[in-house]
Ligand binder design. Structure first.
Ligand code: ZN
Length: 314
């Protein structure tokens, strides 16, 4: 039993009702950033038409929930997400928060950590933008060598908003230096690291760093499954098996970081490779874990129990 509720785009559900969940994917992303004309704009019907087949494929694998991880600054469009949520049986979760420096919308640049946290709390408790659709978690991002001053402010705001709402903080964090500096900032800001997801933990190839972070309570997320172009899949399998063997299956999350509809393209397909689907975990990675001796009980722990605990607000 997981206590608490999860805030989906169709409303609150008990955390236990979330089911098999992909904790880090993308439905709609605009990597041009918030300063270009036409940023994050698209006809919701075209997005639904393009993305629904990929969600239908997931339902066939018993997946019941998907977390969209694009915060404001890289294309979060609540109307588009709401339209997708109305068309799929999957539970969808969307974040408040902000992406890394260079992608921070103008109206968030000059706020104090406290004022920024207040905005994010409002998105978590009342609704995102001008809707009554509530965000389900807080997503932030760092530059590759650790937080810049404005990203430190974002982390402090995330810690405050998490403390006030119970929402988990998920942060795009590349490499060992960045994660170490980040947990220091979050700890100083008073965040319980059990409410923190290390997004892109697979960018560190030293298993001792994963164990160290898990010992401190962090959720360790391997989210490049099926991303053959940027992550050696055998290496990632080894890292996952090692963290399970070290006793930390209960703090692990697995996902693809795949998708998505790109409004910068006429046909919505990101260049150069098009839309990446969300099934490599089921077609390849989980079978490979089983072949390495990981049991179905552990796989269910990672795919069902862990996301419910991570995304539950209490
Ligand atoms: Zn992502």
């Amino acid at each position: 039993m997981t206590s608490g509720h999860v805030q989906t785009l169709r409303g609150d559900i008990p955390a236990d009702a979330l089911g098999r969940t992909l904790p880090h994917e993308h439905l709609f992303v605009d990597l041009r950033g918030p300063f270009v004309p036409g940023y994050a704009q698209a006809d919701p019907e075209r997005v639904v038409e393009r993305m629904l087949p990929y969600l239908d494929e997931l339902a066939a694998h018993g997946v019941t929930a998907l977390v969209d991880c694009a915060p404001p600054g890289v294309g979060r469009n609540v109307a588009v997400l709401q339209r997708i949520a109305a068309a799929t049986p999957l539970h969808l979760i969307a974040p408040t928060g902000v992406y890394k420096e260079g992608f921070i919308p103008a109206d968030l640049l000059d706020l104090s950590a406290e004022a920024l946290a207040e905005r994010w709390v409002r998105e978590l408790t009342e609704g995102m933008d001008d809707t009554d659709v509530r965000a389900g978690f807080i997503k932030v991002a760092l530059n590759d060598y650790g937080p810049t001053p404005i990203e430190v402010r974002n982390l402090q705001a995330a810690a405050l908003a998490s403390q006030q709402t119970g929402a988990v903080v998920a942060s795009h964090t590349i490499g060992a230096t960045a994660i170490r500096r980040e947990v220091d900032v979050l700890t100083s800001a008073g965040l319980d690291l059990r409410r923190f997801i290390w997004v892109h933990a697979n960018t560190v190839h030293d298993p001792a760093v994963h164990v160290d972070m898990a010992q401190r309570g962090v959720w360790v997320e391997f989210d490049a499954i099926g991303a053959d172009a940027w992550m050696d899949q055998t290496l990632m399998l080894d890292l996952v098996v090692k963290l399970i063997a070290a006793g930390y299956a209960e703090q692990m999350l697995l996902s693809h970081d795949a998708g998505w509809y790109d409004p910068a393209q006429l046909d919505g397909r990101p260049q150069p490779d098009g839309i990446r689907g969300y099934t490599a975990l089921f077609d390849r990675f989980i079978p490979a874990l089983r072949a390495r001796g990981v049991t179905d009980a552990v796989i269910d722990q990672i795919m069902i129990s862990n996301p419910a605990r991570a995304f539950a607000l209490s």
